[in-house]
Design a protein around this ligand. Structure first.
Ligand SMILES: NC(=O)c1ccc[n+]([C@@H]2O[C@H](COP(=O)([O-])OP(=O)(O)OC[C@H]3O[C@@H](n4cnc5c(N)ncnc54)[C@H](O)[C@@H]3O)[C@@H](O)[C@H]2O)c1
Ligand SMILES: O=c1ccn([C@@H]2O[C@H](COP(=O)(O)OP(=O)(O)O[C@H]3O[C@H](CO)[C@@H](O)[C@H](O)[C@H]3O)[C@@H](O)[C@H]2O)c(=O)[nH]1
Length: 482
């Protein structure tokens, strides 16, 4: 079966880039990405392709190539469903904020709405592809809704989780480590549907990288992958705290263990804590699923990854207060970076939000600079926490357009995102315009500590002893072991 018409419900961080690449690589397939968010769709359709709603290196070029040719963005959801043979569901599946499973389970409200809409509209057989990250066995619930509320047409459900990371989405989509497709291999219709999706990817991905499994393995593989990745970050962050007490250097440890081919070098970068819309949500979901089967040891094991991450964010903020002589009240602190990682404008669950909130509770005056995040987003993130009213957030935290404005007259600077441009700043100039002692907290270990100490900064990094240049021009450690 050759697919001619694809619809994707959800034009977000996954639906947008994924469909743009599918359209780019399959010019003969019409790909329509639909969303209920009118502004988002308008931004995807903006004449100036640089104004698309997601910042992702290389994305605007792909959109420019395919948009209007075979890639379309629309709010006409019913029409797109009706026309497509294959429908991707790529809507948000956040952690539930109410009712049973509050704070843990995935909220499948939007998934269910999609299923009901597809069932209502579809007049011909359709292949439904789960692109969103979902709890294991969601396909069963989807099938039940589709079959019980539909117009008697047949639905095949495939699981096709997305493994792209933000900031490298286009490269990840162009050169994926693997494509995972879960389908029903026991029926002819299931096999045909799976092959139809394999063919879409085979336009640019070699067949040995396209893995087909049963639906449940595919759904659970996605949660497992994120749990393993996040666990690596929490593991190295746990060691970073031990390093700070022993004089060991976490960067050296990452290098040393990463050379063991069984461990591998990636994802061993100690940081202020992982953020992003996926890791925490997906692990909490995994914990909830394990608990719901009574597997308490399994649940506790994975929950520790989150506990460690919360600890890492908190202790970073606590360290700022302690180092600034136990008070930051009325002190200006510059935060460089708000996004949860570099090369994205996404701020969901960014460590910066929690560090800022902690410091605001300590009555600091905060100034934020991020090259890609807009002020409204920063305030929306803080307001969402509900720690203080919106007016107070706007009084106590300012967002500026230039890094040097953020740092001028600051008592301390905290680097919270690893944007490359931070490394290239004129740090001497920044030092000169700060209050002294000039404290710098590098939550990403990206800056040259020796150079900064030479300029006069008192530098704190993650998993490394704090350093400062003594009067005799000797690099001294500020930390006492133990
Ligand atoms: N962000 C990532 O890097 C990433 C990577 C892999 C997987 N995922 C998973 O992909 C899914 C989507 O994530 P995202 O980051 O793209 O979310 P997102 O919030 O950026 O986008 C989801 C979009 O779906 C739209 N939507 C919701 N319900 C709708 C409906 N009934 N009809 C039409 N549109 C609807 C929303 O308006 C929104 O624009 C989630 O399950 C997530 O866990 C995300
Ligand atoms: O060594 C590391 C690696 C990452 N991080 C942090 O971990 C978070 C997540 O980073 P990353 O995984 O690169 O970005 P995401 O876009 O969240 O991607 C993850 O989550 C996606 C959504 O499910 C998956 O598709 C991806 O495979 C998975 O990497 C960020 O805050 C990073 O700064 C570290 O602190 N140290």
């Amino acid at each position: 079966m050759k697919i001619k018409n694809i619809c994707c419900i959800g034009a977000g961080y996954v639906g947008g880039p994924t469909m743009a690449v599918i359209a780019q690589k399959n010019p003969e397939i019409k790909v329509t990405v639909v969303d209920i968010n009118k502004e988002r769709i308008a931004a995807w359709n903006d004449e100036n392709v640089e104004n698309i709603p997601i910042y992702e290196p290389g994305l605007s070029a792909v959109v420019a190539e395919a948009r209007g040719r075979n890639l379309f963005f629309s709010t006409e959801v019913d029409k797109a469903i009706d026309e497509a043979e294959m429908i991707f569901i790529s809507v948000n599946t956040p952690t539930k904020t109410y009712g049973i499973g509050k704070g843990m389970a995935a909220d499948l409200k939007w998934i269910e709405l999609c299923a009901r809409q597809i069932a209502r509209v579809a007049k011909e057989d359709k292949i439904i592809v789960e692109k969103s990250t979902l709890p294991v066995r969601t396909a069963e619930a989807l099938k039940s809704i589709l079959d019980n509320t539909g117009n008697g047409v047949n639905f095949q459900i495939l699981s096709n989780p997305e493994f792209l990371a933000e900031g490298t989405a286009i490269d990840d989509l162009h050169n994926p480590d693997r494509i995972l497709i879960g389908g029903d291999s026991s029926s002819k219709a299931g096999k045909i549907a799976t092959q139809a999706l394999v063919d879409v990817y085979a336009s640019w991905v070699s067949e040995e990288k396209i893995l087909t499994t049963n639906v449940w393995s595919s759904e659970l593989s996605k949660l497992t992958a994120n749990a393993f990745l996040a666990q690596r970050v929490s593991s190295i962050n746990a060691m970073s705290e031990l390093c700070e007490h022993t004089g060991a250097d976490v960067n050296e440890i990452s290098r040393a263990i990463g050379m063991d081919s069984r461990i591998g070098p990636k994802f061993l970068k100690a940081s202020v804590g992982f953020g992003g819309s996926c890791f925490q949500k997906d692990i909490l979901n995994l914990v909830y699923i394990a608990k719901s089967f009574g597997l308490n040891e399994v649940a506790d094991y994975w929950e520790q990854v989150i506990i460690m991450n919360d600890h890492q964010k908190r202790r970073f903020a606590e360290n700022i207060v302690k180092t600034l002589f136990n008070t930051v009240s009325g002190k200006k602190i510059a935060l460089l970076g708000w996004a949860f990682k570099k090369d994205t404008n996404d701020t969901r669950e960014s460590a910066a939000i929690y560090v800022a909130d902690y410091l605001l509770n300590e009555r600091a005056e905060i100034v934020v600079y991020d090259p890609k995040v807009k002020a409204e987003q920063i305030y929306a993130d803080l307001d969402y926490l509900g720690s203080r009213n919106p007016e107070e957030n706007r009084n106590l935290l300012k967002v500026v357009e230039k890094p040097y404005t953020a740092c001028k007259d600051a008592h301390a600077i905290a680097v919270l995102t690893e944007w490359d441009e931070f490394k290239a700043y004129d740090w001497e100039n920044i030092y000169n315009c700060m209050l002294k002692p000039a404290f710098l907290f590098d939550g990403r270990n990206i800056l040259d500590r020796k150079k900064l100490a030479n300029l006069g900064f008192a530098t704190n990094s993650i998993g490394l002893p704090a350093v400062q240049m003594s009067k005799e021009k000797k690099l001294t450690s500020l930390a006492t072991a133990g």
